[in-house]
Design a protein around this ligand. Structure first.
Ligand SMILES: Nc1ncnc2c1ncn2[C@@H]1O[C@H](COP(=O)(O)OP(=O)(O)O)[C@@H](O)[C@H]1O
Ligand SMILES: O=C(OP(=O)(O)O)[C@H](O)COP(=O)(O)O
Length: 405
């Protein structure tokens, strides 16, 4: 992959006036218009700063959430532009569209060293289209705004989307410093992880992430399943899960994973107790029930204390641990205990000498919100799904396209 060093040497050390389109992952958690964890914005700053200080006109493109290909004010990147400006110490211009008149106007008005952010790239249907032509047509419009492309959104390199993949086939493409650094840590983890190697999976993107288990069974010694992942597995064991998050069409897949793991001597650790509530809300009355006895009118919102302690034991006893996905709805105090217990154990992997990696926007936000220092872990990755797919050995479209560029 060509790096920013290569880009700089190609231009004799100065990018004066060069129009650089940077794909960052600025998908931050928001409470209304308030950013509750700016980790991904901070992680994006060094590359943007480096390009701007070399004189580039920097146009940043990014997504927020999963809008459905049409503008939706609740997913505007405007608060992120403001935060990015504060962190850079200079205002960031904001284009209220992605490839429309405003984007073109701002792109041509940018001075060398200035930075602008384009509105949420997922407001355009072409960004996430499965149709190569539709995606390509949108990528053409994005590419027309710049001279070169820098891919720095590690959290999206597993997505074959226009601003990640197709644009890199239309402009000279370079890997950004964040993607480079993330890949380096994960590469070490895939090469020869110190054993026992445990992977902890949770969160809510269940169907996205279930697939990685197939390959992780061949790589890890233990798989610990928490968060919204749990209920598809409990259903596979024949238990009812009330109104918990359930991917009905994945139940058979989960059952197959349980069998495969048993056959290969890999431990799949499932919770034995669950904290449930009648509804998804911060003040819903919480009770702990056995995992095989979730009442029909309740939903599971955290792993129970016995399970959290068991998970913590496995985590502390491992030498390498990768964790993606909170163990419960940590945003609500009543359902944060499981995540806190597991996070605490992550700081003590291998008696403190092991390697702990936390990956994912919400997982990173969770450990910070619960009061842990970034330094308490070996590495905090900005990508959850991306790290998991890298660890399972998949080809990540956003990286493969840079290798070909
Ligand atoms: N039992 C559960 N039911 C519903 N949502 C859950 C549950 N456990 C965790 N979550 C939610 O999962 C979300 C994070 O999931 P995900 O996006 O997959 O993680 P990451 O961003 O770290 O990759 C959090 O907002 C959390 O509230
Ligand atoms: O939040 C993200 O991924 P993650 O939750 O797997 O860490 C990335 O911004 C990718 O978002 P997406 O999963 O909607 O494509």
């Amino acid at each position: 992959m060509k790096t920013i060093d290569d880009l700089l040497s190609k231009h004799d050390g100065s990018l004066d006036g060069v129009r650089v389109l940077v794909r960052s992952d600025l998908n931050v958690p928001l409470d209304g218009r308030t950013i509750t964890d700016d980790g991904r914005v901070r992680a994006s700053v060094p590359t943007i700063e480096r390009l701007a200080s070399a004189g580039a006109r920097v146009l940043v493109t990014a997504h927020l959430g999963r809008p459905k290909g049409v503008p939706d004010p609740s997913f505007t990147l405007l608060p992120v532009a403001e935060r990015l400006g504060e962190l850079l110490g200079t205002p960031v211009l904001f284009a209220g569209d992605t490839v429309g008149d405003e984007a073109s106007r701002i792109a041509s008005a940018l001075e060398p060293g200035q930075v602008a952010l384009l509105e949420n790239v997922r407001f355009e249907a072409g960004e996430t289209s499965k149709d190569d032509e539709e995606r390509g047509a949108f990528a053409d419009r994005l590419a027309a705004l710049a001279d070169v492309f820098v891919s720095d959104g590690f959290g999206v390199v597993h997505r074959k989307q226009a601003s990640v993949y197709d644009v890199a086939t239309r402009l000279p493409a370079y890997v950004g410093g964040l993607v480079e650094a993330e890949v380096e840590v994960l590469r070490r983890l895939t090469e020869d992880p110190a054993r026992p190697y445990a992977v902890v999976l949770g969160g809510s993107k269940v169907s996205d992430k279930l697939g990685v288990i197939d390959h992780l069974i061949d790589k890890a010694d233990s798989l610990l399943i928490g968060g919204g992942m749990v209920f598809t597995f409990l259903a596979a064991q024949g238990h009812s899960v009330g109104s918990s998050l359930l991917e009905q069409d994945q139940v058979e897949v989960a059952a197959r994973y349980i069998e495969q793991a048993e056959a290969k001597g890999v431990e799949i650790v499932l919770p034995t107790d669950i904290v449930v509530a009648p509804e998804f809300s911060a003040d819903a009355p919480a009770t702990t029930v056995s995992a095989d006895a979730i009442p029909d009118d309740q939903m599971g919102l955290d792993i129970g204390p016995d399970s959290a302690e068991r998970f913590a034991e496995v985590v502390r006893g491992a030498q390498t641990v990768f964790w993606n996905g909170p163990m419960g709805v940590f945003e609500f105090d009543a359902f944060a205990a499981g995540t806190t217990t597991v996070a605490e154990a992550l700081t003590q992997v291998g008696g403190g000498d092991g390697l702990s990696v936390v990956g994912g926007g919400d997982s990173a936000a969770a450990v910070r919100a619960l009061g842990f220092d970034d330094d308490a872990f070996g590495h905090i990755s900005t990508g959850g799904g991306a790290s998991l797919e890298y660890l399972e050995g998949a080809t990540l479209p956003g990286l493969a396209v840079l290798e070909e560029s």
